[in-house]
Each structure stands twice: as C-alpha cells, then as structure tokens.
Design a protein around this ligand. Structure first.
Ligand SMILES: [Mg+2]
Length: 321
C-alpha cells in the first residue's frame, strides 16, 4: 500500500522543535537492548556529507566502519534508505553484504541475497517496479522540459527572471543566460529510473531560483508528477512511493523488535511518521530543518559518533538467542 506523500508544506509539520542533543547523551537503550533491531539510515546528509557534485558523495569512514561492524552483530540489520536509485546507492555506498537498500524514495526495495540476520520472504527480496506507459510519458515530458531550459541557456535567448517570480510553463521564458559574476550556471540533472533530480547546490542563487521555477512548471501539464523539494534539489518523480513505504516494507520483512531511523531531509519525514505508530521506534533528525522527529543531532560527524556508540553498546549487551 502506498501512503499519500506529505506535501512540502505538510511535511515539516513539526510536532516538536527539538534542540540538538549530543550523540553521546542520546538514550539508545531501546535499540541496544532489543532482541532484534533494524537500523535504517538515509545516505546523503546523514552518512555522507552533502556535496555540490552528488556523484562525489561518500560515507564518512567512521560510519562506513560502524555499518560493517553492526552488520556482523547478531539480530542487527542495517538498511540504507535513499532518494537515489538502488544501483547508484550501491555504487556510492558500497554496502557490506546483508545491508538492505531502499532506493528511489521507497519505490525500490532490495533485500539482497545474503541475509544473515533473518530470511526475508521471497516476494519482497527485490522490488524494482517497471515504468508504465503513462509514467514513461511523464518522464519524457520532464526531460523535454528540462532540455528547453538548457537550450535557452546555451542559445542565450533567455531573459533574466526575477528570483521567486513564480513559474512559467512557456518554453523559452524564465531562464537566465549568464550570471555576469562568473558564478556557476550549470544545469546538473540526475536521471533515475522513476524520476529526474535537478541539483542546485553551489549555483548562483538567481540562476537556481529561475531553474527551480522552470522545472516545477511541468507539473501544471502533468499533475501526476510529484515534486519533491529537498536540500538544494528539485526532484520530479513519476511514482508516489515514499520513504515511509520503504521503511514499512523493511519492517514487514525483518519484523524487528526495535527500529532506529536517521534522516536529514523533508522526504525522511514520511519515515518518521511511519515510526510514530511504533512503540519501539526511535526517530532522529540530522541537521536544522523542521521535523516531527523527537530527537535531533547536528551532522554526519555526529551520526558517525552515534553509530560507533551503537556498535560498542550492542556488542557489550548482545541479544539472547
Ligand atoms: Mg538525505
């Protein structure tokens, strides 16, 4: 079942505005002491510091080591939950065997072939849905729409637009040809099986604003397209799966006694919402954005510290078989 994704306005809907908690003082007791545990982690901005070039994202070495260590502990399952497609996530994260992957914001679920902690039911080992004809039509429209911006840019025909002046669905308008200040005005598009992600990190702000306004205008013609606005990204998705759906699939597969989820972006709020109904769920927001998670830590370094602590504490108190 696919739950309705939270809109950007709804998603933060902070139940609380928690202050930062030092990783060393967070109470991890319900996770370290549980009979079985699922540790589900967003990748970008949580395990890997955000990069201008998304292809350069890599886990902090301490987090990578902690995941290897956690994966070898009994009844301890690690999963990566990302907006990246599974193939890219696997290439960037290079996860150890037994780590489960959720990609494309929950549309793809890869439980792998080796699963020392538990045996998933065969039906959910790999969920890589096909692109329907209607979805392919939307992807084609998205590509054409982005290309029209790039074309205007390269031909220099675009007139400067006011930042935040709203969107225009008319091809040929609303693009910025040159920033004049030597700032970066490159359109970086990540093409995924079910979406296109336009990256604006490091761009000239006026250019980024015009690009964003142009990109989201395609939704006016194709209301089935889901616009996801994250950290310096605008994503256009043709499937409606959320990280909450992905997390639910992982919980169904592993039946863990406790679940820990760490995420930094607006799309992670769907996973936090999923855990609210679970008495043994622990949600931790990474970074300063509004959140419904009750706990918050600062950045990927704090995540590395927390995961390392988790290894040591769970090792010291192994679950009884
Ligand atoms: Mg993230």
């Amino acid at each position: 079942m696919t739950s309705e994704p939270l809109s950007p306005e709804q998603a933060p809907s902070p139940r609380s505005t928690p202050d930062y908690t030092p990783s060393a003082s967070l109470d991890l007791g319900q996770v370290t002491g549980a009979d079985s545990v699922l540790i589900a982690l967003d990748f970008d901005g949580v395990l890997a510091p955000l990069q201008d070039n998304p292809d350069l994202s890599r886990m902090l070495p301490e987090s990578a080591q902690a995941i290897v260590d956690l994966s070898t502990l009994p009844a301890t399952r690690v999963a990566l939950v990302s907006g990246r497609d599974v193939t890219t996530l696997r290439r960037l994260a290079d996860p150890s065997p037994g780590v489960w992957l959720v990609g494309s914001h929950g549309a793809e679920v890869d439980l792998g072939s080796s699963s020392p902690a538990s045996t998933p039911s065969p039906g959910v080992t790999m969920n890589q849905p096909q692109v329907s004809v209607a979805e392919q039509r939307m992807l084609t429209a998205i590509d054409a729409h982005i290309e029209s911006f790039e074309h205007d840019l390269s031909s220099g025909s675009g007139a400067s637009s006011e930042p935040g002046s709203g969107s225009s669905s008319e091809p040929g308008s609303g693009s910025v040809s040159e920033s004049g200040s030597g700032s970066v005005t490159e359109v970086r598009v990540e093409r995924k099986p079910f979406s296109r992600t336009v990256h604006t990190r490091g761009l000239d702000p006026e250019f980024a604003s015009a690009l964003h306004a142009h990109v989201i205008a395609v939704q006016a013609e194709h209301p089935g397209i889901r616009v996801i606005e994250g950290h310096d990204i605008t994503e256009l998705a043709v499937k409606t799966a959320t990280k909450g759906d992905g997390l639910r699939a992982l919980i169904a597969a592993g039946s863990p006694a406790a679940v820990l989820y760490l995420g930094d972006d607006v799309t992670d709020e769907d996973a936090f919402a999923e855990l609210e109904g679970l008495p043994t769920g622990l949600s931790i927001k990474v970074g300063p954005a509004p959140t419904r998670a009750p706990w918050r830590i600062t950045d990927p370094s704090a995540v590395a510290e927390l995961l390392t602590r988790l290894v040591n504490e769970r090792r010291a108190a192994p679950p009884q078989p």
